[in-house]
Write a protein that binds this ligand. Structure first.
Ligand SMILES: C[S@@+](CC[C@H](N)C(=O)[O-])C[C@H]1O[C@@H](n2cnc3c(N)ncnc32)[C@H](O)[C@@H]1O
Length: 286
């Protein structure tokens, strides 16, 4: 079976399917507008330049929402924004979004088309003394080999008042539990696709690193997964398993395991079958 991560165009199509059929981005935006204003107001106060970094920004919609809010809180500050994103198609989408968003003169974007770990190496060669006021790592830490080490590196870049915003699937949500059903061979090597905030909270607790956590409730409409031969259902299954053409390439046992899990762990509302894909946000101190 081929991982979705092996094909950035396929990955993007599936990610867009997730956004169109779930409340994932809406609940992140609600979180940004209810919880982040005070936090963003409290960082870099009085500074003329704010340094921001977005790791695994995808099409950039959520990071842009954060940048706009940061600007509202610090209207006189310039923002230097490092974007770290390995997918060329995601970067293209991100740039297209910026080109149709007026009023971004306060921010300078530097795009780094590379993985989080590649950027870590690149940063070390830059010998930069720069400290970051805000770093976002949203739904991306699944795709590194050692999430704790990567988080520790990015956290080490923080300014003394800075924050890392980490968002991942919440440990108890159905999608996180579904990843436990998979056999090891369904994951791409060098990734931790069953990562949840539970593991990162244990790590932060063990190192006595202060953080606050916030639940982001979200549901994914998976109704078409239960319609044999339905094209959207096929794609939803690819999205849920992160395998290209899961229905065609998985063994009958794997398919049965996954379908049974979906059946037993979803709820029906107004004739639609909904699956819990809730996330959790961790706001981590320097
Ligand atoms: C689920 S998407 C999330 C996108 C965005 N943060 C959002 O929430 O809208 C995951 C993103 O991580 C990127 N990614 C994959 N592997 C990565 C890596 N090793 N380092 C950094 N980003 C990675 C993907 O290309 C994709 O854009």
């Amino acid at each position: 079976m081929q991982s979705l991560l092996d094909d950035y165009s396929e990955y993007l199509l599936n990610f867009e399917l997730l956004l169109a059929n779930s409340t994932e981005h809406q609940c992140m935006k609600d979180f940004i507008h209810t919880t982040l204003p005070d936090i963003l107001a409290s960082i870099g106060s009085g500074e003329s330049i704010l340094n921001v970094m977005g790791v695994g920004t995808g099409p950039g919609e959520i990071d842009l929402e954060i940048l706009k809010l940061l600007h509202e809180m610090h209207p006189d500050a310039k923002v230097e924004n490092e974007v770290v994103e390995p997918s060329d198609v995601m970067i293209k989408k991100h740039k297209a979004l910026l080109s149709k968003t007026p009023g971004l003169e306060y921010v300078n974007f530097t795009f780094n088309e590379m993985t989080a770990v590649e950027f870590e190496k690149e940063w070390k060669t830059r010998n930069s003394e720069k400290k970051m006021h805000f770093i976002s790592m949203i739904e991306m830490l699944y795709y590194v080999e050692d999430p704790e080490a990567t988080l520790s590196f990015y956290r080490s870049l923080l300014h003394k008042d800075g924050k890392v915003l980490l968002i991942l699937l919440a440990g108890e949500c159905a999608w996180a539990r579904l990843t436990e059903v998979f056999e090891d061979q369904m994951y791409k090597q060098g990734t931790v696709q069953n990562l949840t905030t539970s593991r990162l909270k244990c790590f932060l607790d063990s190192k006595k690193i202060p953080y606050k956590n916030y639940k982001l409730q979200s549901l994914l409409d998976i109704t078409e997964c239960f319609i044999p031969g339905d094209k959207k259902g096929d794609r939803l299954l690819d999205l849920l398993t992160e395998v290209i053409e899961f229905r065609k390439t998985a063994s009958p046992e794997q398919k049965e395991k996954v379908m049974k899990f979906l059946q037993l762990n979803s709820q029906t509302v107004n004739g639609r079958i909904l699956f819990d894909c809730s996330a959790e946000a961790l706001l981590i101190d320097a």
